[in-house]
Write a protein that binds this ligand. Sequence first.
Ligand code: HEM
Length: 197
Amino acid sequence: MKLPFASFILTLALLGTAAVQAAEPTGQAAVAEINTVCPVSGKPANKKITLAYEGRSYAFASKAYRTQWQAARESSLYHRLGGLPAMDAAVEAFYVKVLADKRINHFFEDINMAKQRRKQKEFLAAAFGGPIAWTGKDMRKAHSNLPGLNDTHFNAVAENLQTTLEDLKIKKELIAEVMAIAGSVKNDVLNRPKDAK
Ligand code: HEM
């Protein structure tokens, strides 16, 4: 449906912060230029050996590295979950649940949620084998200024993630893979020794 320009501006004004938050770029859009380093080998990328993936071009040092990268993407949990659109939908729905959850929503009171959603999409995409490596804070640093953060809070976040994926009708086996990855960062998020139980 096309809106006249004036209605569009009025809608934006009415939406206020929500409109500003929606304008936050996704990780993929923010990285528009082609890579100069091969993502497989770390060697200089050859701009003639490229592959398009989710609307973006990636360059590789050799055709063999390109084949290897493509195979890794196609077998990744990220791809099997549905790639970028699935990650977007899941993280949006996840934070609706988190912000409505009285056990944990106080942690997000002063947080820029548009930025948080973008970072979470980027982090999870990378953790599930998506095309772009995570370059944000490590999980210990990211959660080091959250006084009182404990198991109960972590489990509440995990529960919200699981029910989000169930709501989205993701297959049980895939949900199990996601939850295993989420569980693997628990000690980091809670700033405990790596081998704490
Ligand atoms: C599977 C578990 C979790 C994952 C994968 C995760 C992931 C992340 C990521 C990617 C960031 C952004 C890091 C950056 O700025 O570069 C972040 C920040 C944050 N996380 Fe988590 N998180 C998890 C658990 C939790 C829990 C249990 C809480 C609290 C209930 C929490 C609260 C926060 C808050 C408040 C921030 C923003 C910190 C700030 O900007 O100062 N997270 N998290």
